[in-house]
Design a protein around this ligand. Structure first.
Ligand code: SF4
Ligand code: SF4
Length: 258
């Protein structure tokens, strides 16, 4: 599990450089794939359930657990480690990661971490979001002893994280605002957030097999897109979540009396 002790407090930019190499002959190979807390994003879940050929419901049930920061917070989904002696990731074997091309964003970033901090900018008297990177330096990871040079930008490109950041943008926008006054979730809203952001196969049923389309005024083009493209459905899930959390008035009701 990642502990605060392993987080290097130095704030980094995309131009920061470091020496690192991870390869099959390194003595710690796959040592980082055990006893670790891996936060999953909505796009991670779609990639993984498709890789495994199962529904989001089956994936969430079999491979994940939920954590709340407090009773009324947004639910977070984590990958469940096996109950073996090492608490291994379910996807690791002696050759490495079995689902490497679809590994979660956090596995791609490692040993780099990403953070966002809300802070007051006294010059403009407004709250701004400061985004930065940091290193995760765990004693078992020998990759930092290697000589290959990277900037964080090059590492991001090599690991293919851009698409993950792009896909999860709407979800992150919701989470950035979670600590603002008024963003407290009751159980009903927590369940709606969970379904729309993580369990999109159930969300699809909710849209097309409930009275949703009788209640909301959704144009035909959007209906066709979300019916045929699960990435569009995921993005619509973020829009729906913003609507129910009263972050944006982005959906129209057909009849306000309903
Ligand atoms: S998903 Fe792959 S890379 Fe990530 S911890 Fe599991 S085995 Fe390692
Ligand atoms: S512990 Fe570090 S160097 Fe070793 S396999 Fe994991 S990421 Fe690579």
């Amino acid at each position: 599990m990642l502990s605060m002790k392993s987080v290097d407090p130095v704030k980094l930019t995309s131009k920061s450089s470091f020496k690192f190499r991870c390869h099959k002959d390194i003595e710690c190979f796959t040592r980082c794939c055990r006893n670790i807390q891996i936060l999953l994003t909505p796009y991670d879940i779609i990639r993984l359930k498709n890789r495994l050929g199962i529904s989001t419901g089956e994936f969430l049930n079999d491979y994940t657990y939920i954590e709340l920061e407090d009773k009324s917070s947004h639910p977070f989904v984590f990958l469940k480690m096996l109950k073996d002696d090492n608490c291994n990731c379910p996807f690791v074997n002696d050759s490495g990661c079995k689902i490497y091309n679809d590994r979660p964003a956090n596995c791609r970033y490692y040993p780099v971490g990403q953070a966002s901090l809300k802070k007051m900018d006294d010059k403009i008297n407004e709250t701004i979001t400061e985004e930065f990177y940091f290193f995760v330096k765990e004693s078992h990871c020998k990759g930092f002893n290697e000589t290959k040079n990277w900037t964080i930008e090059e590492w991001r490109e090599d690991q293919g994280v851009d698409i993950y950041d792009e896909m999860n943008r709407g979800w992150k926008e919701i989470l950035f605002r979670r600590n603002l006054p008024g963003h407290v979730l009751d159980e009903k809203k927590q369940k709606a957030f969970y379904m729309a952001c993580y369990d999109i196969d159930r969300f699809r049923k909710f849209i097309f097999e409930s009275k949703f389309l009788d209640i909301f005024d959704i144009d035909e083009k959007t209906i066709s897109k979300i019916k045929n493209d699960e990435i569009e459905l995921m993005k619509f899930g973020f829009a729906y979540t913003k609507y129910i959390l009263m972050m944006e008035n982005n959906l129209k009701l057909k009849n306000k009396d309903l």
